[in-house]
Design a binder for this molecule. Structure first.
Ligand SMILES: Cc1cc2nc3c(=O)[nH]c(=O)nc-3n(C[C@H](O)[C@H](O)[C@H](O)COP(=O)(O)OP(=O)(O)OC[C@H]3O[C@@H](n4cnc5c(N)ncnc54)[C@H](O)[C@@H]3O)c2cc1C
Length: 513
């Protein structure tokens, strides 16, 4: 499918607005401002993910990591690792599971956890709610109100919930029998079950959709935005640094590597939407004499407070029970979200997951033959246990002298997560599974990265203001996962999209007139 606004080289060297990054934040913002007529340039370091048979090939996606970056980042010990992230049009949303949750109302306030405090946000649920509504419409979210014990009053979802497959349906009944409150997972899928729509396959989470029927930022935002003449997309365009004026109060241009050349592109308004790690890295790389520690860093918080959730993949296995469900990712269990049965502190969330493929399991222990794994996973039901990690100034992104990214991260709030996994292991055993497996990518899991440029009202304790404009630089916004003051324990995507819509409205009224 051709994209109308895609350029081989920038049409101009001056725009009204330059957005760096085309993922959940940047893509959504571009779409929300497309009808202003402003001359908008989206810079994206990656290219389009091609539609090809390999999209749904577990070996290509999981063994050969066909779509992942080949970048190597350093961890806190200096060891290099390949981060779980992707550079392409639509950003990481091309690979997301499309579980599109609102944060719970209480997540916006201060929440006491077993191992510390999850801080309050500078905006309330009520402030973001109208944008959550728009975000759910834009990303076609399916769900049903009235099942989730953590959900307050709200309008119905724009789309009906995805029906549970037969096996999952039986599990849901058993869970209810145990006194739990399983609820439909809110999912962004395009016309599931209808002719030419989403086919509810077993290659959704972590795979790109070959049919283009997952609600990702390319489909829901970038393509419709670039249908407007005034919106231009430049792929394979890497923003190296931001160039400020002599006083250091304004960004004047973006220095971009494209087609083997370094170009300087100007705009009176710049939005960084590179994702939580790369937006922080871009500001740090853009240090000048006026801003020796990086742009917008008078608080010394740029890159700090990195969070990414504590996540464990779990599987219930029974040798005599084949799992015939193709699409099993339809259930959430939020009974332990605010407190556990034996603790007043939050534990987190359980979601059913996309099916594990034999190749995915083999990566963990490679010497066991593939056929054995395939027989195993055919009898397994997959889940994800997810808990909040808390912001710490020592968990941070820095940039080495040679430009490499260093991610220093020590997980916290682990007691809560261990308890969640222990609790759910017991639930799976009560459901009759013979064996329960648990696996975590631990600190290498960068998929839910957030928090590196926290928003707030006080420039001493935050980098961005409540509309995601940097306190220090008047014409610089950051619209991606960076702004989160806390990670909550639900998937971040819908909140990134909702805040992008809110910031877009602010920019439209105050900066693009
Ligand atoms: C496998 C997987 C499953 C996930 N599942 C879910 C889910 O079910 N629900 C959910 O809510 N979230 C999920 N997530 C997380 C979700 O995808 C991210 O939270 C979200 O995409 C972050 O949005 P963003 O705008 O911050 O960054 P991204 O979407 O990552 O976009 C950043 C973009 O900036 C580009 N970029 C970076 N640096 C530069 C530069 N210097 N110059 C130019 N371009 C640059 C990147 O190439 C990228 O396109 C998942 C993520 C992964 C990887």
């Amino acid at each position: 499918m051709p994209v109308s606004g895609k350029s081989r080289s920038p049409r101009f060297d001056r725009y009204d607005l330059i957005i760096i990054g085309s993922g959940a934040g940047g893509g959504t913002l571009a779409m929300a401002l497309a009808d202003t007529g402003a001359r908008i340039l989206i810079l994206e370091r990656g290219d389009f993910v091609p539609s090809e048979p390999e999209n749904w090939d577990p070996e290509q996606v999981w063994k050969f990591l066909r779509y992942r970056t080949t970048d190597r980042w350093l961890d806190e010990t200096g060891a290099a690792f390949q981060p779980y992230t992707h550079y392409n049009v639509g950003g990481n949303t091309k690979f997301w599971g499309s579980v599109l949750y609102r944060l719970r109302r209480d997540d916006f306030g201060e929440v006491q956890h077993a191992d510390g405090v999850s801080p309050a946000w500078p905006i309330s649920y009520d402030t973001l709610e109208p944008y959550y509504e728009r975000a759910e419409q834009m990303y076609q979210v399916h769900g049903e109100v009235g099942h989730d014990p953590t959900e307050g009053a709200r309008n119905p979802f724009p789309q009906a919930p995805i029906a549970h497959a037969a096996g999952m349906s039986a599990i849901v009944e058993r869970l209810r029998g145990m006194g739990l409150h399983p609820s439909p997972l809110p999912l962004g899928l395009i016309e599931p079950g209808s002719d030419g729509g989403c086919v509810l396959c077993n290659t959704c989470n972590s795979f790109p959709c070959r049919l283009g029927k997952k609600s990702d930022a390319e489909m829901c935002a970038v393509r419709p935005a670039t249908a407007f003449d005034n919106v231009e997309l430049l792929t394979k365009a890497y923003a190296r640094r931001l160039i400020t004026d002599a006083a250091g109060r304004k960004v004047e241009a973006v220095e971009v590597e494209h087609d083997g050349e370094v170009k300087t592109l100007h705009a009176p308004l710049i939005v960084s939407s590179c994702g939580a790690v790369h937006s922080a890295a871009l500001l740090l790389r853009s240090a000048t004499d006026v801003h020796p520690n990086g742009l917008a860093n008078s608080s010394d918080l740029v890159g700090r407070r990195y969070m990414a959730h504590l996540a464990t993949m779990m599987q219930g296995f029974h040798p005599l029970r084949m799992n015939h469900d193709l699409f099993q990712k339809t259930v959430a269990i939020n009974d332990f979200y605010f407190a556990g049965p034996d603790t007043p502190f939050p534990l987190g969330q359980i979601q059913s997951q996309g099916r594990t493929h034999g190749v995915m399991a083999q990566i963990v222990v490679p010497w066991i033959p593939l056929w054995a794994y395939q027989a195993w996973v055919a009898r397994g039901v997959d889940w994800l246990a997810m808990s909040e990690d808390l912001p710490s100034p020592d968990n941070r992104v820095t940039v080495e002298r040679d430009g490499r990214i260093r991610l220093t991260y020590a997980p916290n709030n682990e007691r809560a997560h261990r308890e969640l996994v222990r609790r759910f292991t017991r639930v799976l055993r009560d459901l009759g599974f013979w064996k329960v497996m648990a696996y975590s990518h631990r600190t290498r899991n960068t998929t839910h990265q957030c928090g590196t440029l926290v928003f707030g009202t006080d420039p001493k304790t935050s980098v961005l203001d409540p509309f995601c404009r940097t306190h220090d630089i008047d014409n610089l916004f950051v619209v991606d996962a960076s702004f989160f003051p806390s990670s909550a324990a639900v998937n971040p995507g819908l909140t990134i999209v909702a805040q992008a819509l809110r910031v877009a409205e602010h920019i439209r009224v105050n900066h693009l007139r």
